[in-house]
Design a binder for this molecule. Structure first.
Ligand code: PLP
Length: 415
């Protein structure tokens, strides 16, 4: 069938529908490297504006770190630009295996396999390791890529209410007849910044003979005393059967992901995970950069310590100013506004004041839970946060919302 006018009109109507619902996502062009200060063109076609970035996953400030860039340059020179192959044909260099071993050591697991992305790791893992005799029991707020990976797997799918251990226990009891049970959770949940109750999850897993799957993309490198992740934070290092995580956030932020965990599970992925078998190797330049990242985060905890300090300081500033901030101790700090339009207007107001933060609303978060999600970085200096809070206060005053709690905020915008 050709792309006829009828087909085109059909899609145009759908796109108009997205716009009419206020859900259209416009792009913003960034004209600088990623960092705590960036140059942004928004809306497209307008003048480029310098602003403080409060919404990157650049938790450790390594996205443009000079040592990482230098290592990537050296990797480019010594191992070339592209692999032009998947891993099992001719896409595995010594440095791919070296990075896998470094990740295994850092995460405290038995083995690791790189994937083109964590989306791919999650997309491939379940199908490779579970079948119709098994059950997957996932927290209801797990990342979209886990939901997709579960859909591709023949094992039975079930969920438990977010972080509700009583409900998880019921589900584990219900599924005792299955061959294998797998509990599936994110470590730090990206929208609320809250942390999974991994210690309790591990206890339940032991009691009901289940495996534990953890996606630690928003934690690897900085959560826990030495930044190993949510399992370190919760005191269950070595007890998680599978960890998936990304190189695309704290660990340099380029791209790439991995499955790390029990030797046999990793081997099943090496044999059977389709995104591993059928998509290109992580580029050598990224592998070389990531190896430098592993050096930097194992030599010292300075960056994750600074991130922790920045997070506490920023939370304090927001609360003092009278914002409704979601509790938690991750560097994801949501400023609750509840109303979708307010969240959008607020983000625009912040941008006018030189602060880049994005409003989140349905369907990314539940209806009536709109917010500005701020994210801290070790690349932020105190003066960035002091400047940013001035913008938040100014825009907050303009909207008359400072000091309002949830009830008052919801009432003010209910109409
Ligand atoms: C970002 C993220 C991913 C995807 O990572 P990519 O490597 O960018 O594909 C997967 N899971 C979670 C929980 C994430 O936050």
């Amino acid at each position: 069938m050709a792309f006829t006018d009828t087909v085109r009109n059909g899609y145009q109507t759908e796109i108009e529908g997205i716009k009419a619902a206020g859900l259209f996502k416009g792009e913003r062009y960034i004209h600088s490297p990623q960092g705590s200060e960036i140059e942004v063109e928004f809306p497209v076609g307008s003048e480029i504006k310098k602003c403080i970035n409060m919404c990157a996953n650049n938790y450790l400030g390594l996205s443009s770190h000079p040592d990482v860039i230098a290592a990537a340059h050296a990797g480019l020179d010594s191992r070339g630009y592209g692999m032009s192959s998947v891993r099992f044909i001719c896409g595995t260099q010594d440095i791919h295996r070296e990075l896998e071993n470094r990740l295994t050591g850092f995460l405290g697991t038995e083995d690791t396999l790189l994937f083109p992305s964590c989306m791919d790791a999650n997309g491939g893992f379940f199908e490779a390791c579970l079948n119709e005799q098994d059950v997957m029991i996932a927290d209801r707020l797990v990342h979209a890529s886990i939901v997709d990976g579960m859909r591709l797997c023949k094992a039975m799918q079930d969920t438990f209410k977010h972080s509700d251990m009583g409900h998880l226990e019921e589900k584990l009891q219900e599924h005792q007849d299955k061959r294998y049970r797998m509990i599936i959770t994110d470590g730090v949940f990206s929208m609320d910044g809250d942390t999974a109750k991994l210690d309790q999850i591990v206890s339940l897993a032991e009691k009901y003979k289940a495996m534990v799957f953890l996606d630690d993309s928003h934690a690897t490198g900085f959560i826990g005393r030495t930044g190993r992740g949510t399992h370190e934070h919760c005191g269950v290092l070595g007890k998680i059967d599978v960890i998936t995580t990304t190189l695309g956030k704290a660990l340099g932020g380029a791209s790439g992901g991995c499955v790390s965990g029990r030797r046999e599970l990793v081997e099943m992925c090496r044999q059977r995970a389709r995104p591993f078998l059928f998509s290109n190797s992580v580029a050598p330049v990224i592998v070389a950069g990531a190896l430098k990242v592993m050096d930097l985060i194992t030599i010292s905890t300075d960056r994750r310590d600074k991130l922790e300090w920045n997070t506490k300081y920023w939370r304090g500033l927001l609360k003092e100013a009278g914002f409704d901030v979601k509790e938690g101790d991750s560097p994801i700090v949501p400023v609750m506004l509840y109303d979708a339009k307010l969240a959008q207007d607020f983000a625009h107001g912040l941008f006018d004041e030189g602060v880049y933060a994005v409003g989140f609303f349905f369907p990314v978060v539940p209806k009536g839970q709109a917010r500005i999600r701020t994210q801290l970085s070790a690349a932020h200096e105190k003066h960035h946060l002091d400047t940013a809070i001035k913008a938040f206060k100014k825009v907050g005053e303009q909207h008359g919302i400072l000091g309002l709690g949830k009830k008052e905020l919801v009432a003010k915008y209910a109409s």
